[in-house]
Design a binder for this molecule. Sequence first.
Ligand code: ADP
Ligand code: MG
Length: 355
Amino acid sequence: MFEKRENAPRQEPQKHTALSELGEFGLIDRLTRPVKLYHPETIKGIGDDAAVIDAGDHVILLSTDLLVEGIHFDLIYMPLKHLGYKAAVVNISDIAAMNGIPMQMTVSIAVSSRFPAEALDELYSGILLACEQYKVDLVGGDTSSSPKGLVISISITGTAQREEVVYRNGARPGDLLCVTGDLGSAYMGLLVLEREKKVFQVNPAMQPELTGYDYQIGRQLKPEARTDLRGLLQAAGIKATSMIDISDGLASEILHICKQSQVGCKLFEEKIPIDEQTRELALEYNIIPSVTALSGGEDYEILFTIGQTDYEKIKGIPGITIIGHMTAASTGKMMITPDGKEVELTAQGWDGMRK
Ligand code: ADP
Ligand code: MG
């Protein structure tokens, strides 16, 4: 079908667009623009934390994530058991971000000959620990060799009632912008680990100086998924209007909600919940503390919006902070600094391909 033709018209030189020009989201947009859906059961395809599939009396949620050695993790400071746990948790988090219940996962690995079987035992002990913790059934996967390094791909299903599912696109002007837990610590944990890695590389006899930063390092190496939010909101009688998990940094995730919901926002910088020690550590590193939350990532907390009338209901729930509200799209996506200035909210999160 594709045989060469003698008199083929001379072709224009092939255009080469560097991936760095597009960035990760640009690339996804470009690749998925021609996608057509063939089944009415596909309620939501690309564009949210998970796809949503009609299964009769309920819906199935489906999401997948890929972790590549040297891009997403560094085995010098990431123990394999933690890596396995985290790989599972980041998927579980995507189901939590749809207000669903995680159910089944498949795990695929490509692994180079540098890894002994015992190393993969460790990896799996972490994956299985997360499965036990979050009651997820490991139901399949695939195994391959790789020329270099370790690649892990996990796919996950979840379930929910159709009307329970919360998308990125349901926020309305006036809605309250809320977040679980605290932000920025996973990023500071990464910086501490990177610093100690450098010390170790210069002098392998040096023992890493990690004590005192247990919380930050724990947030980086062993994040948890906020599957508990579903129950908290249910008990309070609140239906969130939009939801997303914080994998790339608060700013980037807020902008996703604004874009998909076609609204603007007012984020109050001083309301962003940041652990006190993380704040001090950031200052030690000459980083404005809020930047660790806005542009760091991997906290796996959940960002969500609720109707203004639910204020009384949300205010009593410990561990949830109201950080702003949504506005009409025309007023822009703004952050109010502690001294009252309005600045435009921009994302400088983990856009892997631009780095
Ligand atoms: P998340 O941060 O929640 O993992 P992503 O930002 O990775 O989500 O992806 C955004 C959306 O684009 C999701 O719906 C995801 O399934 C989809 N997506 C990402 N990469 C691809 C791809 N290569 N082909 C098709 N869809 C993709
Ligand atoms: Mg997500």
